[in-house]
Design a protein. Structure first.
Length: 282
């Protein structure tokens, strides 16, 4: 099994081409980033949000140097490495937008359909890509953001997981399949009338998983706003693999324990559109 070096002996970055400077949606060039600052608790580093592209690159570089992520995870975060699928196929690199100068295109390069909920423009960052089976998977219309991941005490985690498995998942499915606005999303995503009818009974459609946008393992909740129905292959599998790849070296906090380098790390995380209840990669 590949293991990263100790922090005292950081490994050099792999030889990769310089990531080109990207244009913000407004057309401006990102400003020069400031150095990350560490908290007094010696927890995860915090980075300036003023330059999201370089911010993300720095988190990738720091995490790889310290041995916190593997080479294929590093490559996937840069949108490089072996591809999971061909361009335009589920999980593959996005096809070029028909008009890249059109303000209605998202950061993933995919056209934003009229009346589609949510706005990615304020979540400036790279289109989200991650690793599944050591191959790079892209999630269209999802962007990357930097956040601190705090592995919560196990007693809290299992209590929330029990609630989710017991009733929350079923209640969420019933809610989104009975709201006329979200039913439009479900039909647009390709779910059939039969599948939606099953959801009204609290049944999860085959090939989908109810996903926590912010993990219960971190500081996520069972609020419906934190839940989204995700196509299992390849997207939910990729999201689960991403969480493991970035957090498997963390130890759960003890009850009442403050954030520190043992239980907290700066990670890259997917940001879905606000108001979206189902994700199929379309």
């Amino acid at each position: 099994m590949e293991r990263g070096p100790a922090v005292d002996h950081p490994r050099p970055l792999p030889n990769t081409e310089e990531v080109p400077e990207r244009q913000l949606p407004s057309g401006g060039v990102p400003p020069t980033p400031t150095n990350p600052q560490r908290s007094e608790t010696e927890g995860a580093a915090s980075y300036t949000p003023d330059d999201p592209y370089r911010q993300i690159s720095q988190v990738l570089d720091d995490s790889y140097r310290k041995g916190l992520i593997k080479k294929y995870v590093y490559d996937a975060g840069r949108g490089e490495g072996k591809m999971y699928a061909k361009p335009g196929e589920p999980g593959g690199p996005p096809l070029p937008a028909s008009d890249a100068s059109d303000a209605s295109t998202s950061l993933s390069g995919q056209a934003v359909r009229p009346n589609e909920p949510g706005d990615l423009a304020r979540f400036v960052g790279r289109p989200f890509s991650t690793s599944l089976y050591k191959k790079t998977v892209f999630l269209p219309d999802v962007v990357t953001r930097v956040m601190e991941y705090h592995k919560r005490p196990r007693s809290e985690f299992w209590s929330l997981r029990y609630q989710f498995n017991g009733k929350v998942r079923k209640e969420f499915l019933i809610r989104i399949s009975n709201d006329p606005e979200t039913v439009i999303q479900l039909k647009r995503a390709g779910l059939t009338e039969e599948e939606i009818e099953g959801m009204r009974r609290g049944e999860r459609p085959d090939g989908y998983q109810v996903h926590h946008k912010l993990s219960l393992d971190d500081e996520g909740t069972n609020d419906f706003e934190n839940l989204i129905l995700v196509k299992e292959v390849p997207f939910h599998k990729a999201l689960s693999a991403h969480q493991t790849s970035w957090t498997n070296k963390l130890k759960p906090a003890f009850p009442g324990e403050a954030s520190n380098s043992r239980n907290t790390a700066t990670v890259l995380w997917p940001q879905f559109r606000e108001g979206v209840v189902v994700y199929t990669g379309r």
